[in-house]
Design a protein. Structure first.
Lengths: 231, 231
């Protein structure tokens, strides 16, 4: 192995994970971007991930399939549950059961094969406070599981799980991303973007993203379905 | 919900997981059997799983796909790595990186949707001492991760992860399975069984299984490719 450390970076194609990839690249990791096709409605995200990985210089980008639609139970994977267009209390219907656990488990498997030292994930406990698997306690517990449950952990090379955005506001994420060269115009956050990759401007994710650009004092580069009427 | 508790039972189609399903049924759980097609070579296992789930009275049986072959790194999912036919020291090449982590993560996702209270998995720390993810430390750490990373955990209904075989010898697993009505003739353990579902009689898994029947003093019901010459 060369002196460069390898990292598996979970890349959804959204604003957060693009910033995470830029952070890992700025820290000089050799980055292996991993996107997971879990039957999500918003396939435009995966198209964005391909562009983001290329532009930010990932060493390799893989898209793996996992059958979370077979589990059901979320508006993001189950067409019979509507995506909400109003903020809601508690755990949102867009929560995909144990999703980040699946994503991190896949990342850990690939990291083992690559002999990578680090995993990066763009979870955020501020905007997604209703998602149990976006909290620091979850990341810490998962890292502890890798210490005892993987080859690297048993051999004393515990995989680090980095969640650099976990306590950042959306406006800070946007500013930190811009400072590292992220082009947010090629990212997709909308839960129900159309066939052309345009954002609905009405779902929770669109609302949080638009508020982030406003709070950061940065022009919103998002392409909306209705360019005249969005958050 | 009725008074019956629900359990998601990971069912590979092998000897161990069949015994686990029989244990969960004997404890009167309403059992949701989950098999995962992770690109393993031994597809005969999945055919066995279908039969085992039906015979032992699982309420439902699902087969989910996950793309572990895309990760590579194991003789069980990568055709370029040979399945060993001699016992080896350390972590075997048949170790699939973070496999039990993936299986448990899927089980946890389905358990959340079902509002199940328990997950059952047939890991065993005795015969597979080289696999880091077959150890009690791993199961405990994973259960702790579910307490903080799932909806049920956050709402105070922590999912239990049961690994009843974890400290049992293969011969005890066989005796306990027989006592609960398991028909081991329909289970498949071989890492490289043929198109007819017959066991090679030479891989690690065949060797451990055959030694188990011998130690239990029970006739081995396995169908071997070479009926005259096997462990």
């Amino acid at each position: 192995m060369s002196g460069t450390l390898r990292a598996v970076v979970l890349l959804s194609g959204g604003l957060d994970s693009a910033t995470v990839l830029a952070i890992a690249r700025a820290e000089e990791f050799d980055c292996y971007a991993l996107s997971v096709d879990y039957g999500q409605r918003h396939r435009a995200e995966l198209n964005s991930a391909v562009q983001v990985a290329a532009v930010l210089g990932a060493h390799e980008h893989r898209v793996m399939r996992i059958d979370l639609a077979g589990i059901g139970g979320s508006a993001l994977t189950d067409a019979s549950i509507a995506v909400p267009e109003q903020p809601n209390a508690g755990i949102p219907v867009t929560y995909v059961p144990a999703r980040n656990l699946q994503l991190l488990a896949l990342a850990a498997g690939w990291a083992e094969v690559l002999d990578a030292s680090d995993i990066f994930i763009g979870v955020n406990a501020v905007d997604y406070s209703g998602y149990p698997d976006c909290r620091p306690e979850f990341i810490d517990a998962f890292e502890a599981t890798l210490r005892v449950g993987t080859r690297a952990g048993v051999e004393g090379r515990a995989l680090r799980v980095n969640a650099p955005l976990i306590r950042w506001s959306k406006s800070r994420i946007i500013r930190e991303g811009l400072a590292r060269g992220v082009d947010f115009a090629i990212t997709t956050s909308c839960y129900q973007s159309d066939a052309l990759g345009r954002a609905c401007g009405r779902c929770d994710s669109c609302r949080i993203r638009a508020e982030g650009f406003a709070a950061a004092g940065v022009a919103d580069p998002t392409r909306y379905v209705d360019a005249e009427n969005h958050p």
